[in-house]
Design a protein around this ligand. Structure first.
Ligand code: 6GU
Length: 231
């Protein structure tokens, strides 16, 4: 998979994508991530990419020309899935990450300022928000999207199946995990996990997953129960 990030703050992206699992996946050529500062595509001699809003009001608005010029300079942009990061977008979720992880090429635009010229929307396929709160710009949101997507690409995580038991992948939160020591300051590891009975361990974990989801995320639990009732 190739990901092209369009941003005015490449230094918010570059160090993060050089680390940990994303860094390793890039190093091993399992993914390619290009970060492009679209300020370079400004038509203005001062490299400005924003201007005051028509009709007045506070704040500045990201202009359409630098974005479209930057977009058209990306090789393969016609075929890529072009994503606009905005709090007005569709709420992001694990199923969306699953779908994006199958794409060949993602182009992600990080907005900034109070907003962007409405005409920018016409050049993008989809708009994504990472939650109901407002960030200073789309960069952190883009990183969330990149991280959650690339870890689902086969071969990126060590164990191929290790994300199949993730919270949300089956609509439930994950069961609790334990490692050595067996007892710490009066808290003991559940006996069943030490038993070596794989069947019993699997049922214990499933039950804990369901219990935890019901308690912490009644919304997810409702959907789970409804799915169970379907034939
Ligand atoms: Cl994608 N951008 C910004 N600026 N704020 C957000 C967001 C995105 N998603 C949630 N809040």
């Amino acid at each position: 998979m190739k990901i092209t990030v369009l941003t005015l703050f490449p230094d918010m992206i570059t160090p993060v994508i050089g680390q940990s699992i994303i860094g390793r996946a890039r190093y091993e050529n399992k993914i390619q991530i290009d970060v492009i500062d679209y300020r370079a595509y400004s038509l203005n001699k001062h490299q400005k990419v924003d201007d005051a809003p028509y009709g007045g009001g506070a704040g500045m608005v990201l202009q359409v020309e630098p974005v479209v010029r930057a977009l058209r300079a990306i090789e393969g942009h016609e075929k890529a899935l072009k994503i606009l990061m905005t709090p007005q977008g569709e709420p992001y979720s694990q199923p969306r990450a699953q779908a994006l992880s199958k794409a060949d090429h993602l182009i992600i635009l990080c907005g900034h300022y109070e907003g962007f010229d409405e005409r920018i929307r016409a050049y993008f396929d989809t708009e994504i928000s990472i939650g109901d709160y407002v960030l200073t710009g789309g960069e952190v949101a883009a990183l969330v999207l990149i991280d959650s997507t690339i870890r689902l690409i086969p071969g990126v995580l060590n164990k191929d199946a290790s994300h199949e038991e993730d919270s949300f992948s089956d609509g439930l939160l994950e069961y609790p995990h334990y490692t050595r020591p067996p007892t710490f300051e009066g808290q003991s590891v559940p006996e069943v996990l030490l038993s070596g009975h794989h069947q019993a361990i699997a049922s214990y974990r499933r039950a804990e997953s369901i219990k935890r989801t019901r308690k912490r995320r009644p919304d997810l639990y409702e959907s789970y129960v409804k799915r169970q009732k379907k034939p």
